[in-house]
Design a protein around this ligand. Structure first.
Ligand SMILES: Nc1ncnc2c1ncn2[C@@H]1O[C@H](COP(=O)(O)OP(=O)(O)OP(=O)(O)O)[C@@H](O)[C@H]1O
Ligand SMILES: O=C(CO)[C@H](O)[C@H](O)COP(=O)(O)O
Length: 190
């Protein structure tokens, strides 16, 4: 799995002063996913800096899907952050058209965001009966999650299960086709 880590510009290049970007861009260049900014920068000494833009790259093989993992506890703002990020990547993120209205998946032009809650192996009642929380490995099918993310990365579509947050039940699966960028967000993406 290729995990795209966002470093500070200082971490990447100590000659590159920290800035508040006026615009953030995103493109595919050769085999890399590239984030870069085009703002004028102000150096620590206050003078304007207009050197090469700071570039953050994430490599993937030919036609492979770049996988970004976003880990955080429930209610931390993962979905909100991902909606913002997918809009930077291009296009509005929406649930799969004509699919389960309670799907947790968001699809935009380049990006598919899947919620790892969909890999709960126990529904709400099952967790209650067993006395485990959604964080517990016994409540999640990590093997299926691993196999499906690996398959998508290889360009193979998968039938991903759906955990329905409205009913607390495990719904029939939905088809996930390999996107350019796959974001896996949830409690245990790493
Ligand atoms: N940066 C923020 N500052 C303040 N509130 C925020 C911020 N980001 C998200 N929220 C609010 O926090 C709540 C939870 O956000 P969100 O649904 O994105 O979290 P989540 O991590 O995806 O949750 P869950 O794990 O339950 O799906 C929402 O009401 C949202 O509006
Ligand atoms: O969002 C969550 C974890 O990321 C939920 O806490 C988890 O999926 C349990 O679901 P529910 O609240 O429907 O019982």
């Amino acid at each position: 799995m290729a995990v795209c880590t966002v470093y500070t510009t200082q971490t990447l290049n100590t000659n590159c002063p920290i800035s508040t970007p006026s615009k953030t861009h995103f493109s595919f260049h050769q085999k890399q996913l590239v984030f870069y900014t085009t703002s004028k920068r102000t150096s620590k000494r206050g003078s304007n800096y207009s050197g090469s833009p700071c570039v953050i790259t994430c490599a993937a093989g030919d036609s492979q899907t770049v996988v970004i993992g976003l880990a955080a506890d429930s209610g931390c703002g993962k979905s909100t952050f991902m909606r913002r990020l997918t809009s930077v990547f291009g296009g509005r993120a929406e649930p799969p058209k004509g699919g389960n209205p309670d799907s947790n998946t968001l699809i935009s032009d380049t990006t598919t965001v899947i919620c790892l809650d969909d890999y709960h192996s126990l529904d709400r009642t099952g967790r209650k009966e067993k006395g485990v929380t959604a964080l517990d490995p016994r409540a999640n099918d990590f093997d299926l999650m691993y196999e499906q993310v690996k398959a998508i990365k290889k360009g193979i579509a998968v039938e991903k299960p759906i955990y329905n947050h409205v009913t607390g039940l495990l719904d029939p699966p939905e088809l996930i086709k390999p996107p350019k960028i796959l974001v896996i967000e949830g409690l245990h993406p790493m």
